[in-house]
Design a protein around this ligand. Structure first.
Ligand SMILES: Cc1cc2nc3c(=O)[nH]c(=O)nc-3n(C[C@H](O)[C@H](O)[C@H](O)COP(=O)(O)OP(=O)(O)OC[C@H]3O[C@@H](n4cnc5c(N)ncnc54)[C@H](O)[C@@H]3O)c2cc1C
Length: 458
């Protein structure tokens, strides 16, 4: 039988609580843990029981909703930040990580589900984060409790990382059973692929676009140029008129106000690929085989892919005090919600104010790089709060650098800027086939990084 303090601590170690020894060493060892419990029959059992209870009581619990770019990064970063001395639970409605940037390739059969997803369970288990595959259905920030489809979860700190949902309501004829495809979820992209197969058998003109209020313009451009590339490969390019329809005030606005020479570069790309552009336009509805614009113009198509605006999840919208009208969480630059110091929101779930008014409304692209940065800032601040310090890490969305690779099939553009939103000092677009190679490499690297929980890597 073990009699030393060290051995007793060894016995109470279990996954997720490897720091018992370190904590006890720091506190000099708490002899109260060794009181005899009258209910218990052995010293060893009672010691284990009391010590576990005290640790459980003192350890803070961080609850993360969502397990993709933002949720996975925040959960593992807060765990690492506190050297494991925190309970972290992730509740996500998907039990898989999805590398959304590769959805542009799914309709053309260049990627399947297994190429761009991995199971979250093993990653979280390895990093001693509890994973619950469930949907959050109600949040009570006053009671610090979240109702989920797998039962309630209490928390000391909450991170909302529930991303986006498609706001198909913006135009009749979009969404399930509608007349145009989209690629913003895995199911959408798979259906868009089924439609593409039908189109290949009976080709017609093609419309690719983004509605008023949309922000994910990068994906629209990528899909446009990939479609052009696929049409060429299929020998259809000369028979098919390809049109880009967008709410952007000018080509290459991207929802970030554009970058130097972006408009002329995109213009050159479109000219070279013989693509027509209809800009600064709102859409009215999509009929079968016909897009009707707000000004009454029509575009007939045999295939259409249209990116809708995004909104936050309904559960967020229903939560008093925290959400804006679109269901995104209003945050400070610490990523704490405006209403509660212990509720954070990161990634697409966090609201961003659009700093300009365009004739046709455009949204802001909430891409992967700022998402990861926000998740890091939030995790550092939660760790600080747990350690009794001020949450003083901060980085406003607009000040985070823009880093993006836009694929064009066998070509592409690397987009770099010192800030997501103007005023900027630097911004550059670098076109060329190396961009396509970079996107391929980045996909592999990023999936590896996230699967192995290497969230501290760039
Ligand atoms: C087609 C497309 C292409 C893109 N390409 C690029 C690109 O090339 N480069 C780039 O940087 N960015 C790109 N993006 C943006 C990128 O996908 C986002 O930045 C990223 O997905 C944001 O991650 P997130 O974790 O905030 O949200 P999400 O990825 O939306 O993840 C949210 C998670 O929360 C879960 N969830 C939702 N509701 C609940 C609930 N009620 N309870 C529990 N869990 C819930 C979901 O299942 C999901 O796992 C692209 C996006 C799209 C749609």
């Amino acid at each position: 039988m073990c009699t030393t303090v060290e051995h007793l601590f060894e016995r109470v170690k279990h996954p997720g609580e490897q720091l018992f020894d370190a904590r006890m060493a720091r506190s000099g060892g708490d002899q109260r843990s060794y009181r005899r419990d009258p209910e218990s029959t052995s010293v060893e059992a009672q010691t284990t029981h009391v010590d576990q209870k005290e640790n459980v009581m003192s350890r803070k619990k961080v609850l993360v909703l969502g397990g993709n770019f933002a949720g996975l990064t925040a959960a593992l970063t807060v765990k690492h930040q506190l050297h494991g001395d925190v309970d972290v639970t992730v509740v996500s409605s998907s039990d898989e990580f999805l590398f959304t940037p590769s959805l542009i390739w799914v309709p053309f059969g260049k990627r399947t589900k297994k190429d761009i997803t991995f199971k979250l369970g093993p990653t979280f288990e390895y990093h001693e984060v509890e994973f619950v595959h469930a949907e959050a259905t109600a949040i009570d920030p006053e009671a610090r409790r979240v109702e989920t489809t797998a039962g309630p979860q209490d928390y000391d700190y909450l991170v909302i990382a529930t991303g986006y949902r498609n706001r198909f309501e913006v135009i009749p004829g979009l969404g399930e059973g509608g007349n145009a495809h989209t690629i913003t979820t895995l199911d959408d992209a798979i259906h868009a692929g089924e439609g593409w197969q039908r189109f290949r058998e009976k080709p017609g003109d093609v419309v690719i676009g983004a509605t008023q209020g949309a922000g994910c313009f990068g994906a629209a451009y990528e899909f446009l140029f990939n479609t052009s590339y696929q049409l060429k490969k299929a020998g259809l390019k000369d028979r098919v008129k390809l049109t880009y329809v967008s709410a952007e005030p000018f080509l290459g606005h991207f929802g970030i106000g554009g970058l130097p020479h972006g408009e002329s570069l995109l213009g050159m790309f479109l000219k070279k690929e013989k693509i027509d552009a209809v800009l600064d336009t709102a859409m009215d509805h999509v009929d079968e085989g016909r897009l009707v614009l707000a000004d009454g113009r029509t575009l007939d198509f045999g295939y259409a892919m249209i990116i809708p605006p995004f909104s936050g999840q309904e559960v967020i919208r229903r939560t008093p005090k925290i959400a804006d009208d679109n269901g995104f969480v209003k945050v400070r630059d610490t990523y704490q919600s405006e209403a509660y110091d212990d509720v954070y929101a990161v990634g697409v779930a966090a609201a961003v104010d659009v700093p300009w008014q365009t004739p046709t409304p455009v949204g802001i692209p909430k891409t992967g790089f700022p998402t990861e940065q926000q998740a890091h800032v939030a995790a550092v601040n939660i760790a600080a709060q747990i350690e009794g310090k001020a949450p003083d890490a901060h980085k406003a969305f607009g000040d985070i650098p823009a880093v993006c690779v836009m694929d064009a099939g066998n070509n592409g553009v690397v987009i770099l800027a010192d800030k997501m939103l103007p005023p900027r000092k630097h911004g550059v677009l670098i076109p060329g086939p190396q961009a396509h190679a970079m996107k391929l490499g980045f996909e592999k690297y990023f999936l590896w990084k996230m699967k192995h929980g290497q969230v501290r890597l760039p």
